[in-house]
Design a binder for this molecule. Sequence first.
Ligand code: SAH
Length: 249
Amino acid sequence: MSTKVWLVGAGPGDPELLTLKAVRALGGADVVLIDDLVNPAVLEHCPQARVIAVGKRGGCRSTPQAFIHRLMLRYARQGKCVVRLKGGDPCIFGRGGEEAQWLQERGIDVELVNGITAGLAGATQCGIPLTLRGIARGVTLITAHTQDDSSLNWQALAQSGTTLVIYMGVAKLAEIREQLVAGGLASHTPVAMIENASLPEQRLCRSTLGTLQDDAQAFGLKSPAILVVGEVAAYGAQLAALCGTAKSA
Ligand code: SAH
């Protein structure tokens, strides 16, 4: 009897960015629990499965995490092959770690399947190289949204010399600007705001740290979006045009 739960990343949205392993897991699934950032188009790989939507978008009606845990456990104990399908990568701001641990503590085998995380996908789709020799020696993935309102060490981030990729930042633009400028980043530091990365409706808003709130408002920036902060955010206009997917403001 199979009691495995697959925690699978569905990638940023473009169904072609799904991994082969994710496709295989979906093909064997009896039950698929799907988050609302997942593109439903990927469900073509699991026509046999029962699909249950368990989305949790900020501010909207959401399925409590404890209920999702119990659902996965119940189906796994029935011997069903369960796929928990999440946007991007399950372990990047996706609670993959929490869910895996909770299931393992109850004797359920867990298999984690990578997905392409939205921050990396969005930058590349817009022709923005997150690392660039001589310009950016690394990348830091952060979220501006914390459950307990604990603060990030913005000064350390500002001085890290790495490109910052910020998730869940649309409602926190003022704080991001204030903290990073106070931490030592120049207000003319380039910023790229990428909405609906990798989907046909992807949009790119180029800005700077000092003007990002006004620019986002004029652009009508909406979630889901990621922010790329750093010199590399000014790159890629030509590459993006070649890509043909990104629309510049
Ligand atoms: N596990 C996901 C992240 C979930 S947190 C991943 O690895 O991508 C949700 C946040 O991810 C959103 O608020 C947004 O900041 C970002 N995000 C997810 N999908 C996105 C997309 N297609 N385009 C832009 N940002 C996205």
